[in-house]
Write a protein that binds this ligand. Structure first.
Ligand SMILES: [Zn+2]
Length: 437
């Protein structure tokens, strides 16, 4: 047993994030989900309590998103979308050292599924707004506050639904901030912040192998499981070539400078590895990746099934998706059917402009001397959906983290956890950014 700290010793951000973690909003993908109703109602009530008028949108049964508009001080400025998602990926409790939906607080950290992806930021958005509106102030510009459903399955029932069916919610917005960026990594001894200015393309495919259904004791070469296994191995083992984009070129130049390495002599992959745990964020952004994630075949030990299926999670560099798809078809051969289950665009924007400057300035104020670097996200976010409305999205969920925490491993990982003081840091940085930008 651990002794939980008393609620009155906790920042409101930790309490809200903990409340959200205790709501099991697991999204299993392929339309299977526990739904986001409870979290949506909870967040909606928090926004209402601040005097806002949130609206709830149900795209399918139980798949609820919440959107509210906050009036800014300067109506001439374009609106900023500040968004989070309320769903989480599944957690296997046996692998965890705590109950993944218990919202456990121990050793100065909040533990649980969603602690970093991304109920932490959901809570920071709420408390930053409370700080601003509760003190009678206004954000510098109009804000569109959105808590989306279904991000973990591509946003079909969340961000994409709202962008397609209710684009008026985002009227006047040109930029957005959300998850996976703005947190610190330690390069050598130098704490540095990674600010996300782009995302890889998402390409989720299914491989289907067909063969002869037969008794498991027979001589059968046309075996669907064998064919599938061969195809899966080829894709899983494929080493996609390194190609640097504008963002990764700039990132690696800064990493080389901070680590005191000569980029002419040290290759991109070696440089990424030299960053330590941050390599978990960086290496996958230097190339396309293709990871087999789910296998499905058979129903009895002594029966050969006639079909076998595999899901592959492919993330290509922006613009490479069609070439990669063609190569995948080539690798697996004509006998395997390749079905595109879900695909979404890659994004990349330059590391300059007033919002970038404001984010850097705010981080500098709260953590003086720590450099802020651009980076490309190997995963995807709801910024993909918002890009359909011409909204440029960034990853900015600010967290000041201890060097020893393997933060990349927290995303969709076991024992997901976030330091309590990082949540307070995020609340303050976000408050200042929204007041000043
Ligand atoms: Zn997320």
């Amino acid at each position: 047993m651990t002794t939980e700290p008393a609620d009155d010793s906790l920042d409101e951000t930790a309490i809200i994030a903990r409340d959200l973690i205790r709501m099991d909003t697991t999204n299993y993908g392929e339309g299977k989900s526990n739904g986001e109703v409870e979290a949506a109602e909870y967040l909606s009530a928090k926004l209402t309590a601040m005097g806002l008028e949130p609206e709830m949108f149900e795209s399918a049964k139980g798949r609820v998103s919440v959107v509210a508009r906050v009036e800014g001080a300067d109506p001439a400025k374009p609106a900023l979308v500040v968004h989070g998602h309320t769903d989480v990926v599944p957690a296997q409790p046996d692998n965890w050292s705590v109950d993944p939906f218990g919202g456990v607080i121990k050793d100065g950290l909040l533990w649980g599924r969603g602690a970093v992806d991304m109920k932490n930021m959901d809570a920071m958005i709420v408390t930053a707004l409370q700080d601003i509106l509760g003190s009678g102030r206004q954000p510098a510009r109009d804000l569109v506050i959105a808590f989306f459903a279904d991000e973990e399955a591509g946003g079909v029932y969340g961000a994409h639904y709202l962008v397609d069916r209710h684009p008026e919610l985002f009227a006047g917005a040109t930029e957005a901030i959300s998850e996976v960026g703005g947190y610190s990594v330690t390069l050598g001894n130098q704490r540095s912040y990674l600010l996300q200015t782009g995302e890889k393309t998402l390409l989720w495919i299914k491989l289907v192998a067909r063969g002869v259904a037969a008794h498991g004791s027979r001589y059968i070469q046309d075996n669907a499981v064998t064919k599938l296994a061969e195809a899966v191995a080829k894709i899983g083992r494929r080493e996609w070539p390194i190609r640097l984009t504008e963002t990764t070129t700039a990132l690696l130049a800064e990493v080389a400078r901070i680590l005191g390495k000569d980029p002419e002599k040290v290759g991109p992959d070696e440089l990424a590895i030299a960053t330590g745990t941050a390599a978990g964020f960086i290496r996958a952004t230097l190339r396309t990746t293709s990871n087999p994630t789910l296998l499905s075949a058979g129903y009895k030990h002594n029966v050969i099934p006639d079909t076998a299926e595999a899901l592959i999670d492919i993330r290509t560099l922006p613009g490479e998706e069609d070439a990669v798809l063609a190569e995948v078809a080539d690798l697996v051969g004509p006998d395997i059917e390749v079905v595109v289950v879900h695909r979404d665009v890659g994004l990349e924007t330059s590391f300059d402009g007033p919002l970038i400057e404001a984010m850097i300035a705010t981080l500098n104020e709260h953590d003086p001397g720590a450099p802020v670097l651009p980076y490309l996200l190997s995963g995807g976010t709801d910024n993909k959906a918002l890009s359909k409305l011409g909204i440029t999205g960034y990853g900015f969920a600010p967290l000041k983290l201890p060097a020893e925490l393997d933060f990349p491993a927290m995303f969709h990982g076991v024992d997901e956890r976030v330091p309590l003081d990082a949540l307070v840091f995020g609340r303050r940085v976000l408050t200042d950014l929204l007041l000043n930008y």
